[in-house]
Design a binder for this molecule. Structure first.
Ligand code: ATP
Length: 461
């Protein structure tokens, strides 16, 4: 197997080669921290999204979906604390002028390079950081500055302070500001949740590691409102549901780790946070978060908007501000974890092979159908007929008659299609069924036409 960096390079190369993910604005040299999804990336992401919504919304009656605007009144971000405090510590190299996150640079000490600079890089503003530039190797002694990561813009034709707005850095606030709308229109009883998927934007100081840290990405978040005394039950419940989802999309449980975030590292309003970390090729890093946010958000928005965001409990005749459990998912980080998990190199028929061992639930195509040869009309006719039958029962079935059969298998392996059905001369001349090839083992079985649908469904279920 490749070295870790090579493995990431191989995954990025496969994504480009096969049409999963491309660099954003590539023909103009790219735009750092942006990625464009191609046909198979879109399908993979759509599958993940559908699985998520099935588990967390469609199959339950206590979840209310919203799709809030990305641009919001600037007061939202004052109330949430983002306008003042959504910042990362920044240092700048005195030589090459590149900028980095102060908590991610390599610290230096005198014995490292004889520069005489010692100390820890620290995240506090105004403190000094002693660090080595990863780009040009210069030893630096810098002041740490706080850099607000929100993309600022102006709404309307007049550009002054009152027209300032931001591209949202998270989807959560779109739910808190609609809490009263949900109460007034849906009349839910506690506990209930709001769920939202959408783009979030962060002007990350140093976007890196492919989709892991980008400047525009998709989040799926739940704000689950509970009675204050019942937060622990819901927290534990979502902890297990999040693991259930990871298993739904085929992530290896052995590569997912729970980190109980210590008090000192938690947001001040959070009484408990668990990060789900994943073993990416570049290290163990946060995939999702689960936080108990208390009543912080609704209280802040009540105070700032002067709108009452309390809940009236008909049974106990009490009025109070519900507490919040927040499971937070990065969709693109899920795509990346799935790709890292699935990327496999092996040898088949004496040749090196690359394939994506995707769980059928997320694979862009579940089945691909081929005629053995592309210049035999009778094979093509039969293959198209079988393709149409399968497609009506198994959505996301592909048809391919490009190149030779070996190339088609390689392509389907690389996009992670679990099963390939080939129509050959035995099919049409002897009525002897079709061959079905298994992606992982490369083994082929002959399956009677009448049994085919049942066989395929069993294999991909
Ligand atoms: P990190 O510490 O890695 O910056 P975070 O703790 O700031 O992440 P949250 O604010 O909790 O992240 O965001 C929720 C989820 O959104 C994360 O768990 C992650 O999956 C995703 N996410 C956050 N920032 C990015 C980013 N820059 N690129 C891609 N996904 C991201």
């Amino acid at each position: 197997m490749n070295k870790k960096e090579d493995r990431m390079d191989s995954i990025v190369a496969l994504c480009k080669r096969r049409g999963f993910i491309f660099q954003g604005s590539e023909i103009y040299g790219g735009l750092a921290g942006t990625w464009d999804y191609g046909p198979f990336g879109v399908k993979l992401k759509k599958n993940i999204r559908n699985i998520w919504f099935r588990r967390f919304s469609d199959n339950r009656h206590d979840m209310y979906e919203v799709d809030a605007a990305i641009l919001m009144n600037q007061k939202v971000w004052q109330a949430s604390g983002h306008a003042a405090g959504f910042a990362d510590p920044l240092v700048e190299c005195k030589k090459c002028k590149k900028r980095f996150r102060a908590d991610q640079v390599e610290k230096i000490s005198a014995k490292d390079d004889g520069s005489g600079l010692t100390g820890n890089p620290t995240a506090d503003t105004g403190t000094k950081s002693y660090w080595k530039c990863e780009s040009c190797g210069t030893s630096n002694e810098s002041n740490v500055r706080q850099f607000n990561m929100m993309f600022q813009t102006n709404v309307g034709a007049i550009q002054d302070d009152s027209s300032i707005s931001y591209l949202r850095p998270e989807t959560a606030q779109g739910m808190f500001v609609n809490f009263k709308n949900i109460l007034d229109t849906q009349h839910p009883r506690l506990p209930f949740g709001m769920a939202q998927i959408g783009k979030a934007f962060r002007n990350e100081i140093a976007p890196r590691d492919f989709l892991f840290r980008s400047r525009e990405f998709e989040q799926i978040e739940i704000e689950y409102f509970v009675k204050p005394s019942e937060w622990e039950k819901s927290f534990e419940y979502f902890r297990s549901e999040m693991k259930g989802f990871m298993s739904d999309v085929g992530l290896s449980a052995s590569k997912v780790h729970e980190l109980e975030v210590p008090e000192a590292d938690r947001a001040h309003y959070s009484k408990r946070t668990i990060d789900f970390e994943y073993d990416f090729p570049f290290g163990k890093k946060e995939l999702y978060g689960l936080a108990y946010r208390g009543d912080f958000d609704l209280k802040q928005h009540s105070d700032f908007s002067k709108v009452d965001l309390s809940y009236y409990d008909e049974e106990t005749k009490e009025r109070f501000i519900p507490h919040v459990i927040e499971p937070s998912f990065g969709l693109d980080r899920t795509v990346l974890a799935i790709l890292c998990d699935a990327y496999t190199e092996d040898e088949m028929g004496g040749e090196k092979r690359v394939y994506l061992k995707l769980h059928p639930s997320v694979a862009p195509f579940k089945v691909a159908v081929f005629p053995l040869l592309r210049n035999k009309p009778e094979l093509i006719k039969k293959a198209e007929e079988i393709f149409k039958t399968i497609q009506t029962e198994i959505p996301m079935t592909d048809y391919d008659d490009n190149g030779n059969i070996g190339k088609r298998y390689r392509r389907q392996d690389e996009i992670g299609t679990p099963l390939c059905v080939t129509v050959d001369f035995e099919t049409i001349e002897k009525g002897n069924g079709v061959t079905v090839r298994d992606r992982d083992s490369g083994k082929q079985e002959r399956v009677a036409e009448g049994e085919l649908l049942k066989y395929l469904k069993r294999k991909i279920s």
